[in-house]
Design a protein around this ligand. Structure first.
Ligand SMILES: C[S@@+](CC[C@H](N)C(=O)[O-])C[C@H]1O[C@@H](n2cnc3c(N)ncnc32)[C@H](O)[C@@H]1O
Length: 281
């Protein structure tokens, strides 16, 4: 029996053994060329395995920001960025994701935002901003609005923006099902890991569509059912009873059908139990 932060979870013998192996892998780390141990070795390398250029690219700077999160992260931030030991254990055990898969889904979810973008972006829900603030640091000319229901989560996002010297983000507390914005007001609507939590998903789809300009981009990611059976089990038996996730959930097929009915171009990429989407209105 495990009891942490109010969670009470019973693991089977097989699952406990699996957790122990994953935990051992995470704590062992990997060696860099100069012999130092680095848990994030995979993240700071290019996909082709090269060490990258001396001058960090935008992508490398964003990846590095996720990496340093581990030093002083909350449990939530460490989990989202695969940068703390408990976070890595959750990613591997519940989501069947290693560092590469975790980074792949995040970068795919952001793929609808071009480099040096200067248009109007709405992010909903921003949460603690752990995934998006490093990206916004690279978009000083964009006009960014971040919305979340939770003042506590958003306070953490605001703090990150202040610490990083990001001045082009406005924070608004509100409900995705009743967005306080005019029709057709944003060039991009970004939604990371929100739709599986939203209680009224129909209202959320309708509202994110309404505030997006014609020709604008709706992109992001969230949990989908059927991508990884182990994840499905944990969602049903753990996340849902705790109220972190709210059914009904999309499958890859239902999400594709829904988005194709609303948007003119739709691209969906599935990484284990996460569906990433990029659509044009
Ligand atoms: C799992 S977090 C995702 C946060 C962030 N996008 C990320 O990827 O780390 C889900 C967020 O949805 C927010 N949320 C839930 N229901 C909402 C609603 N009806 N309107 C706006 N935000 C909502 C919660 O407050 C929480 O911050």
């Amino acid at each position: 029996m495990e009891k942490r932060n109010g969670w009470r979870v019973t693991f089977s013998k097989e699952m406990s053994a699996r957790i122990a192996i994953v935990y051992a892998e995470c704590t062992r780390g990997k060696k860099t060329e100069n012999g130092e141990k680095s848990f994030m070795y995979d993240l700071i390398r290019e996909p082709d395995g090269s060490a990258g250029t001396a001058e960090p690219s935008r992508k490398e700077r964003i990846r590095s920001a996720y990496k340093v999160t581990g030093g002083h992260a909350s449990f939530y931030d460490g989990m989202m960025t695969y940068s703390t030991i408990p976070g890595k254990v959750i990613c591997r055990v519940i989501w069947n994701m290693d560092a590469e898969k975790n980074l792949r889904y995040i970068e795919t979810a952001f793929s609808g935002i071009p480099e040096n973008y200067s248009g109007r972006i709405l992010e909903v829900p921003v949460g603690t901003g752990v995934l998006s603030m490093p990206v916004y640091k690279e978009l000083p000319d964009a006009d960014i609005t971040c919305l979340d229901y939770s003042a506590d989560m958003m306070a953490a996002a605001k703090e990150k923006a202040e610490t990083a010297g990001i001045h082009n983000v406005t924070f608004v507390q509100g409900d995705v099902g009743n967005l306080p914005f005019e029709d057709n007001s944003f060039d991009i609507v970004l939604s990371l890991n929100g739709f599986h939590a939203f209680p009224d998903k129909e209202a959320a789809y309708a509202e994110t569509f309404r505030v997006l300009k014609d020709g604008g981009v709706f992109c992001g990611c969230f949990y989908i059912k059927g991508g990884c059976s182990r994840t499905d089990w944990f969602i049903k038996n753990l996340y849902q009873p705790k109220g972190f996730f709210t059914p009904p959930y999309e499958t890859e097929e239902s999400l594709r059908k829904r988005l194709e009915n609303m948007y003119s171009e739709v691209k969906i990429t599935v990484v284990e139990g996460i569906g990433c989407f990029c659509c044009r209105k």
